[in-house]
Design a protein around this ligand. Structure first.
Ligand SMILES: Nc1ncnc2c1ncn2[C@@H]1O[C@H](COP(=O)(O)OP(=O)(O)O)[C@@H](O)[C@H]1O
Ligand SMILES: [Mg+2]
Length: 312
């Protein structure tokens, strides 16, 4: 059994492979940035990162033994292999379907093979609008399920602890790895069960949700759009752009439909970002303050432009 991601292809084995077929998929950059983020992560990064298994060429014998595990239309190609992030377990998937899947789609989603590859995207920067549930054109997929901050609250997840973890992950990327985190993803998923794969991240915070049936960790993935970032104002501008270009994983200083709780979540993220930056940057913390103030400035600008545009 197997399934395809956007540029990612993965088998039911322990490895996941990204192919070069799509123009945007860049295995070498993906690998380089991934390794740059992983290096030194023992000390500071509070999220799990899949281990890198290297770039595989189209003529690599690996393909001969694994091609049968991928979709029929795939031929061997250059790709990037990595450890597979474990999918959310059945109990959690069932719960998401029961609570959030439109009724007429539930039977399909429950048995659809693709929906078993369930990773939950953590959108702490977006709250669902009340009208969202009434859309006539309903789509629902567990593949990359976007969990909005109001849903995290409903499920009993500690949104402030999540915000602190995201702040720590970003400071690691910016100040230790020197990478702008452009287009990276943060998903909630189980901690790997076999511990030999955990060497790059020994202890990471766990997030409990009784509604989801257990404890989970945050995984960070997808580095193929990351770029190196200099530790100066040009680098800060690059990071601010990447912050807003990304899906709304991080809390935002202003947004359409913001509740008082969102402002408080932003304050939690902000102060943890500065505290964690102080730890890493020692005497050069001015850069972190400039960065966070530029994020706030851009947020205000977007909000003033108004309406939905101000949302993200
Ligand atoms: N290591 C992994 N383990 C499990 N699923 C993965 C892994 N890497 C990516 N995916 C899944 O495949 C999708 C596409 O991979 P991604 O790295 O995001 O490529 P793209 O460049 O197309 O966005 C992701 O959104 C995620 O659902
Ligand atoms: Mg992606």
């Amino acid at each position: 059994m197997l399934s395809t991601g956007a540029s990612g292809l993965f088998s039911e084995r322990e490895e996941q492979c990204h192919q070069e077929r799509r123009r945007r998929a860049k295995p070498l950059n993906d690998q380089e940035m991934h390794l740059q983020v992983i290096s030194n992560c023992n000390s500071s990064i509070p999220v799990r990162i899949a281990s890198s298994c290297g770039v595989v060429e189209a003529d690599d014998p690996w393909w001969q033994v694994t091609i049968g595990l991928f979709p029929d239309n795939l031929s061997p190609c250059r790709g990037y292999k990595m450890e597979r992030i474990p999918a959310m377990p059945r109990a959690a998937r069932e719960m998401l379907i029961d609570r959030y899947c439109p009724e007429d789609l539930q039977a399909f989603v429950r048995t659809n093979r693709d929906d078993q590859d369930c990773l939950v995207r953590l959108y702490t920067g977006r709250r669902r609008l009340p009208s969202a549930s009434q859309s006539r054109f309903q789509r629902f997929s567990l593949r990359n399920y976007p969990l909005h901050v109001d849903q995290m609250e409903e499920l009993g997840l500690d949104t402030h602890a999540i915000a602190r973890t995201l702040a720590d992950a970003l400071t690691h990327c910016y100040w230790i790895a020197g990478v702008d985190a452009n287009d990276v993803e943060f998903v909630l998923a189980p901690q790997k069960t076999h511990s030999e794969h955990c060497e790059n991240s020994p202890e990471v915070p766990r997030f409990r949700s009784d509604a989801l049936g257990g404890e989970f960790v945050i995984w960070m993935l997808d580095y193929d759009c990351c770029r190196e970032m200099s530790q100066d104002e040009a680098g800060v501008d690059q990071a601010v752009k990447a912050f807003y270009r990304n899906d709304p994983y991080y809390p935002r200083p202003y947004a359409h439909g913001h509740a008082e709780e969102d402002r408080s979540l932003w304050q939690t993220f902000r102060s943890r970002f500065l505290e964690s930056s102080r730890h890493i940057l020692k005497g050069r913390t001015a850069l972190a303050t400039i960065l966070i103030e530029k994020i706030e400035e851009e947020g205000r600008r977007r909000c003033e432009r108004g309406g939905l545009e101000g949302a993200d």
